[in-house]
Design a protein around this ligand. Structure first.
Ligand code: ATP
Ligand code: MG
Length: 431
């Protein structure tokens, strides 16, 4: 690591950031903070992405102004966050995150309840300790995420060798990987996310630390895991991310029941679902976390349904019990909000109906709010040979068919499906 007191300052001719690529609103906020007498820089992912000539997802600012002071400068400012107190400044409809310099919590702080609490396994649970810019650099996760850009002078400040790592295309923790990953195990997932997205390598020392500490992910609150899982799989690089998570032994701590069902045959339902998600994002189509959960948990659900049926439970009940169990067990690791649970269960419940194609339910199925998502899962199941392709093709056709054609397709089903188990309704009349 470079001397923390002497950053390398890269002047405009030494880097590739062009000002037009930077959000005007972010530049204005930096200027206003500076006019008010504070330090302010763009920082983190946006500087990294600008240097790599990629479009930043969002623009973050770091400053020595405290949240209340930020609030007093900007009209459209809201303070948010419990874990980190942050300012969201709205300018011309764009929300820019403005964070006060923070210090990395030190392990000796664990007695000071008001500042930082460090759990037994070394994880930092709360950190709102303000600090200097140097402190702010050192509490960041990776060298490539700790670069500061001054849009007025157009210079980049590098305290930790981030520029060199960008050039080497490597993700490296700031400081000892074992210590930094123990402090916040989510950094293991972040490293994989950036490696997959940027096509970077993870520093070998961090990979060694990761294999030692992967199980610490079990201590991360499920709600935080959900945020991270969405970033991992809805960022456009889900399949590559999944492959790396498996390779580095992390997937089993995120989706343990899914991992248990993997039999080495590829592609599997999970990898197909993630590739499908990447495609949809590329095409600008909407993606929903519930669909991912429904796909990733499908195999554990099936295993459970079969187990319950083998134990003598009837099919309907086995499905319902297994669905509730699958969601409940997974939620111990990654939170699944109730609104997702409803959708996940709908997608699952539609699967047997799609397979059965009972003529009298076709219109109801087509009109179901979750038909499209359920149909998409069925297509993936067809790809892994769980469903006959003629069934999937039939559903593909009927969606484009006009009313007359639909009726004829349904009639066709009546002619070909044996009337099984039809019971005569017997009206019992009171004598
Ligand atoms: P993205 O392109 O996904 O937005 P990002 O690097 O901006 O990438 P954010 O999650 O937006 O990622 O975080 C902004 C910055 O905050 C990071 O660049 C990093 O410097 C710092 N940071 C975020 N999460 C952590 C963490 N868990 N530990 C240390 N620093 C973090
Ligand atoms: Mg960001």
């Amino acid at each position: 690591m470079k001397n923390k007191h002497f950053p390398q300052i890269i002047s405009p001719d030494g880097h590739s950031i062009s000002l037009p690529a930077v959000s005007d609103n972010a530049v204005k906020i930096v200027q206003e903070l500076k006019c008010a007498g504070y330090e302010a820089h763009l920082v983190g992912g946006c500087v990294r992405d600008l240097l790599l000539d990629r479009t930043p997802k969002d623009f973050d600012i770091a400053t020595d102004a405290q949240p209340e002071e930020i609030k007093s400068i900007f009209r459209g400012c809201r303070l948010i966050g419990r874990r980190f107190r942050l300012a969201h400044v709205r300018k011309n409809g764009e929300v820019i995150e403005v964070a006060t310099y923070r210090a990395a919590p030190s392990p000796t702080d664990d007695v000071d309840e008001d500042r930082t609490h460090i759990a037994d396994h070394g994880q930092v649970l709360r950190d709102n300790v303000y600090g200097t810019q140097q402190d702010d650099v050192l509490r960041r996760d990776f060298t490539i995420n700790a670069l500061y850009f001054d849009p007025q002078e157009q210079s980049v400040r590098d305290f930790v060798g981030g520029i060199a790592d960008l050039e080497k295309r490597v993700i490296r923790t700031i400081g000892d990987p074992l210590e930094r990953l123990r402090q916040d195990p989510v950094r293991m997932l972040r490293a994989v996310r950036f490696a997959a997205k940027l096509e970077f390598n993870i520093d070998p020392a961090m990979l060694t630390a990761t294999s030692e500490l992967a199980a610490l992910l079990l201590h991360v609150p499920p709600a935080r895991m959900l945020d991270e899982v969405i970033k991992l799989f809805h960022g456009g690089y889900a399949l590559r991310t999944y492959d790396m998570l498996r390779e580095y032994g992390l997937f089993r701590y995120i989706f343990p029941f899914t991992e248990q069902c993997l039999d080495g045959i590829t592609p599997n339902l999970s990898s197909l679902a993630l590739a499908n998600t990447d495609n949809r994002i590329q095409l600008g189509k909407p993606v929903i976390p519930a669909f991912l959960f429904a796909c990733l948990l499908w195999d554990p659900l099936q295993a459970d349904v079969h187990k319950l049926q083998d134990g003598g439970m009837d099919s309907r009940r086995a499905w319902s019990v297994a669905a509730s169990d699958a969601v409940r067990d997974q939620a111990q690791h990654v939170a699944i909000p109730r609104r997702f649970v409803i959708v996940i269960k709908d997608i699952w419940a539609l699967q047997p109906l799609l397979e059965q194609r009972s003529p009298k339910s076709i219109h109801r199925i087509l009109g179901h709010k979750r038909f499209r998502a359920a149909y998409d899962l069925m297509l993936l199941r067809t790809e892994v040979n769980e469903i006959k392709s003629e069934i999937a093709q039939w559903w593909t056709r009927i969606q484009d068919a006009d009313q007359q054609e639909r009726e004829s397709m349904i009639r066709g089903l009546r002619e070909t499906t044996p009337k099984r188990g039809r019971r005569r309704k017997r009206k019992s009349r009171a004598a």
